[in-house]
Write a protein that binds this ligand. Structure first.
Ligand SMILES: [Zn+2]
Length: 95
């Protein structure tokens, strides 16, 4: 018996940017548009007519329950880097 995969409640099927059967594989998440990480394996859905959608890690975790993202801390910049970014944004200093 094949387990059909189903997204969590709230998933918007109309938000998927489906790739056509004749189009090359996308390099971006079909749901949020983020670039897909080459080193991770995206979730790929295929329709009967050959259309496909690929999901990034984050969308997999959010909508397909691939990982327990709930408890994972958000990636944060080191304070030092944040400071540098802030300086860069202000554009002052010896540029
Ligand atoms: Zn995504």
């Amino acid at each position: 018996m094949a387990n059909s995969i189903a997204p969590r409640p709230g998933f918007d099927w109309t938000a998927i940017n489906w790739g056509g059967p004749d189009e090359p594989r996308t390099e971006h998440c079909s749901y949020c548009g983020d670039a897909l990480d080459e080193e991770s394996v995206p979730l790929i859905l295929w329709t009967k007519s050959g259309w496909c959608a690929e999901f990034c890690d984050h969308c997999i975790a959010t909508w397909w329950g691939g990982q327990s993202f709930d408890e994972a801390p958000e990636p944060r910049h080191e304070p030092e880097i944040r400071q540098r970014l802030r300086n860069a944004k202000r554009g002052d200093g010896d540029g």
